[in-house]
Design a protein around this ligand. Sequence first.
Ligand code: FAD
Length: 490
Amino acid sequence: MEEYDVIVIGAGYGGVTTGALCAKAGKRVLLLDKTNQAGGKAQTIQRNGYAYEMWPVLSLPADDSRFHELVAELGVEDEAPLIVPEGDNAIELKYRDDKGDWRSYIGPSKQAEDPLAVEGLESTFGVDSDGVEKMMALVGEVFGMSEEDLDTHDDTGMLGWMHSFDVPDPVIAYMSAILNLVFVAPVDRIPVSEGVRTLRQLFLGGGGRYHAGGYGRPAEAAARYIEEHGGTFLPKTRVERVLVEDGRAVGVATSAGEFRAPVVVSNAGIQPTVLSLVGDDHFSDDYVKRVETLEPGLGMVGVRYFLDEPVLDTGMIVAFSNESWWDTERYEAAQRGEWPDVPLIFAAVTTSYDTSLAPDGHQIILVGILGSPDPESELNDEAIERAEKAIDAMWPEIRKHTIRREPYTAKHVSNMCRDSAVPGQGGECIGLSQVIGQCGGSKPDARTPLPGLYLVGTDAGGYGCGTHQAVDSGFNVAAMVLADHEEARV
Ligand SMILES: Cc1cc2nc3c(=O)[nH]c(=O)nc-3n(C[C@H](O)[C@H](O)[C@H](O)COP(=O)(O)OP(=O)(O)OC[C@H]3O[C@@H](n4cnc5c(N)ncnc54)[C@H](O)[C@@H]3O)c2cc1C
């Protein structure tokens, strides 16, 4: 049986970050993933002459991110160049007003650096100067709150907090649409502590980073780094069980045999790890109950369009009305079949970042819409149907030039990356929901109660938006594992 210092289950952005940083520190690392390659939910696949992700994945912050730190730490900047969008047409906000007219704001990735942003937002949302003043007061507070003050807001919801500034409905719609897409959670339950910190990253660093060659390239480079530094990466290898001896994790049983290490880091999700890979008999009843009742984030479902000529000009598009964003009440209404006039639509036009992803002149458009994390939910098919109606009305040219169309739902997300260990869970867009009771001081600890077993990725150890949270967690968990190793606590 082969021995390692650290075994990492899962090569998502959390797993590869921790694995590569441990390898850099001289540890012998085994990285395992059941899929064909590194990148997890954000991996880039090659098929039919196109390189693409299974769904829209763009990153926030675009600049000065944990991804920049990762590629610099590993010295792989050239292998995996990060594309921070430049120019005045990086993002488009499409807002459908109460009369049913679509209005557009097209601007740079960093709105804070756009001298015309206020004017643009004013005219797009039809907000008067009083409304703009209130919005600026809200933005001022996003920047003004101290870290200590933010720490006291783990239990304050973003929606109520935004309403306390008395901003007009279109501003609530705009901010809520952004928060829905960043956290894929109901706006009323996103805590101010996490929401404000992440909005700050968005306002300062901009949104919409992509990576040359595909979003998953830095993950592939990190997996290669592990192999080049004494470790092993085994794709297409499912971990079936975490081995436990004398009350501690000592290795894994996989489809390719057993491997041992004093540290096992799981990127497979807290519920699949604790309830399936380890088993509830190794944890206290209280811990098992807490894990079983943790809430999954919402799902994101949608369609991949492959076009024989470019139709859209911007790299990232968000389309919404005052009704599109979801708080708890609206999500429940959608589950009852009561839908908004237009669902919140997110589109990543990846060929706008890198034309080499597709045959000459072709365009890839990856569309996402809020949905349920339940792989069996019927709401998800309806979300796609309604979004496509809106897309056909907004951009009829897309259908005319579509040579392939691939819908995806929460079932595909779960099948690819996250086992469903609890009914209704598995197809979450991000991971564990970033809601009150599961963030800040209440976020699950990356050190599990089972000595030697750690969690990494979007469920523990980091904060922020999607993949950025996973990389943040990867850095923090690597530091934790190395410090524990140093202190011989593991
Ligand atoms: C539709 C959609 C749109 C998204 N859009 C964005 C976006 O625009 N921006 C953004 O930042 N994020 C986005 N995300 C979220 C982002 O992709 C994830 O939050 C992030 O990639 C999660 O990283 P992770 O490291 O926590 O885990 P994951 O990426 O989930 O990786 C976990 C890995 O573990 C592997 N694994 C699981 N179980 C086992 C096992 N038993 N044995 C071996 N391997 C196993 C899986 O195969 C997987 O590779 C989107 C996600 C979806 C689904």
